[in-house]
Ligand binder design. Sequence first.
Ligand code: ZN
Length: 298
Amino acid sequence: MRVVMLGTGAALPDPDRCHTSILVTLDNGEHYLLDCGHGATRQMMRANVSPADVKRIFLTHLHHDHIAELPFMLISAWMLNTVGSPLIVGPAGTAKFTGHLFEGGAFDVDFRARAHYRARQENMEAMRPVVREYDAAGVIYEDEHLRMTAVEVDHIERDIARCFGFRIEAEGKVVAFSGDSKPCPNLKVLAQDADLLIHECTFSEEFMEHRRKSGVGTVAHTSPLELGSLAASANVKQLIATHIGHVDSLSPVLKRAAGKHLPVDQMGPHQLDAMARDIRSRYDGPVRMAHDLMRVDL
Ligand SMILES: [Zn+2]
């Protein structure tokens, strides 16, 4: 199978990273999209995949940096003559979110304008996704080639929403994806003996401390040291650290405007080196710091 990291950034806009989205493609050509953050459509085209051919989308949680691309991707697939309704599997709230997008929703005018034309009427089902919500851990999807199990993780306050990671079994391999989470016992269940663990690694301890002080947003993320410990204890065969919290950015806009989120005077590419060093201080296996369009063949 092939895994392409379409987007590898965290929640702020970042000129060098799109938002979270991972494309898993089996050797038989079937695609499975994990999260659909901003930029996913353009990135899959850069990876030589048409959005019209990506018909199964799995959402870990409903933060905008994991779902905001969904309307653009589905409209693009419609315009590129996809056949049939896409399947969207997501946590509670997914049906409400997708139900407010197209007919009668935010893109109602766009929908009606395009639906005026015969070619678009021929695949109207593309704008009527089949939504399957899951609200608990367990197998959330299975076909004859792949099984996907959701594992609850710890990110958004639980009385607002529950968040999940995915453990994927296909072609005799296990690929685990954390979604967003701070360390929690379930992450070891998720990652145990995985052939590939794709795990969020958003901020170092120092960066989280800055956020804690400024009260700007969540610190429910995993630091590089914590990720190294997890990967070692779960015996994973290789690791991709992703959802990088802009720590390596040189963007003058971020440096000017994101001072509450990040200690901007400490940002730069050397932070990625420091993150990798911290992970490797606790985990001996192969580590890659994700960048957009990174590809791994398993
Ligand atoms: Zn996120």
